[in-house]
Write a protein that binds this ligand. Structure first.
Ligand code: DX5
Ligand code: ZN
Length: 230
């Protein structure tokens, strides 16, 4: 566990706001509002216009956010050649780096590269990629990110296929491996994700599309926590 995110594995749900639908003209205001709402980390969506059709941002935004906050920064790389950029993202302040299984031939050396720098290593799978594709590298993963939408855009609808995958991963991965879900997570879907075994919940539109971030985050945390005991 990276030092800044040492409380992510206490079993309580961690809501991670996704910096995709935020106000990029007011990043500091966004961070302060999220800190005031009690978030325990930030999720940064890096897209290269190749691995996914959309293009977002890279290291400078990670670096800028790192200067603004001590919250753990969870970088989700939706890029074609992740190995090439890992060191640069770590040098910019990432605490976690997740890249896509679909983007690489062999994820193992890249996971080792990330871990060797003392940063949490994660692998992501799109809805159509089966869990079998990542089974051989699970022992090198600190986190598995199960996409519940096709990577590339915010505001899409939740795909239930993520739930079966989370359930399988609970049995396949070690207890130390964190399970994260991303895409279409909102008040109607978060409980099922929690029941299926996720503890990290990436949320874009269900936070940034709401007038009151604190109220939205409270409600999501409560729903996720309630379902743990169901
Ligand atoms: C999708 C991104 C997500 C997404 C979440 O490619 O990885 O982080 O922006 O946004 P919502 O919650 O709106 O689906
Ligand atoms: Zn993401």
């Amino acid at each position: 566990m990276t030092p800044r995110s040492s409380n992510w594995c206490d079993g309580t749900p961690v809501i991670l706001p996704s910096f995709l639908l935020c106000d990029f003209g007011n990043l500091e205001r966004e961070v302060r509002a999220l800190e005031a709402a009690g978030v325990r980390g930030l999720h940064l969506d890096v897209m290269d216009g190749q691995f996914v059709p959309n293009l977002t941002y890279g290291m400078p935004i990670v670096k800028g956010l790192r200067r603004l906050t001590d919250l753990p920064i969870d970088v989700h790389l939706m890029i074609s050649s992740p190995a090439q950029y890992i060191d640069a993202f770590i040098d910019s302040g990432a605490d976690w780096i997740t890249f896509h299984r679909e983007a690489v031939d062999d994820p193992r050396p890249i996971l080792e590269q990330i871990r060797s720098r003392g940063v949490g290593a994660g692998i992501a799978i799109n809805p159509q990629t089966p869990v079998e594709e990542i089974e051989p590298c699970l022992s090198l993963c600190d986190m598995v990110l199960v996409m519940s939408v096709q990577a590339g855009f915010g505001g899409q609808s939740f795909d239930d296929v993520a739930l079966e995958k989370l359930e399988r991963l609970v049995t396949l991965a070690s207890d130390e491996t964190l399970l994260e879900v991303d895409g279409g997570v909102n008040a109607s879907t978060i409980q099922r994700c929690s029941q299926a075994g996720a503890t990290l919940f990436v949320v874009g539109s269900a936070i940034f599309g709401q007038p009151d971030y604190a109220a939205a985050i409270d409600q999501l945390s409560r729903l996720a926590a309630e379902s743990e005991t169901v």
